[in-house]
Write a protein that binds this ligand. Structure first.
Ligand code: ZN
Length: 168
């Protein structure tokens, strides 16, 4: 097995930061939204548990089966790639890594929208993504809404949306 390099498989960025998830010391996050999680041999379900916690999903199946076949991840719009192996000198253990990236689809508008409707739609998408802890998608939705509000000259609205964006 190759070494874990910390290079994101989807955007190639080299990552060496983050441990937002105190339940698993071996964790990284890329600015594209991908995360890498590692665990010692035989404890691969720790990776699944931490990932499920991070994305706030409930796989709804029993432990050992979860890591064996990862096809179910697609139901949650999560892509995955094997990350390789690293050696943790302080724990004196090999750690096996896996990458995950969640890309939630945007709800399709039902038809042509006025600017007001489009703004409301972007805002609702942002809130929906936020509720599912898909912060990257939420940010994109709010950023687009802010640009639209500015373009319409609705400074009050843009200011409110900016506040919302900062809370993400
Ligand atoms: Zn990345």
């Amino acid at each position: 097995m190759r070494d874990f390099t910390g290079a994101c498989p989807w955007c190639g960025l080299d990552i060496d930061v983050w441990s937002e998830n105190p339940r698993l010391p071996w964790s990284r996050r890329c600015s594209c939204g991908a995360i890498a999680l590692g665990a010692p041999e035989g404890e691969q379900n720790w990776v699944i548990d931490a990932m499920a916690l991070y994305y706030a999903i409930s796989p709804g199946r029993e432990g050992a089966a979860l890591y064996g076949d990862l096809a179910w991840l697609a139901e949650f719009y999560i892509k995955t790639e094997e990350g390789g192996r690293s050696f943790d000198a302080s724990a004196k253990k090999d750690v096996f890594w896996r990458w995950f990236k969640r890309e939630l689809p945007w709800e399709r508008p039902t038809g042509p929208m006025t600017n007001e409707e489009r703004l409301a739609w972007l805002e609702s998408q942002g809130e929906a993504f936020r509720g599912r802890r898909a912060f990257r998608e939420a940010r994109e939705a709010f950023e687009e809404a802010i640009v639209l509000a500015r373009g319409l000259g609705w400074e009050d609205k843009a200011g409110k949306l900016e506040k919302r964006l900062k809370q993400l």
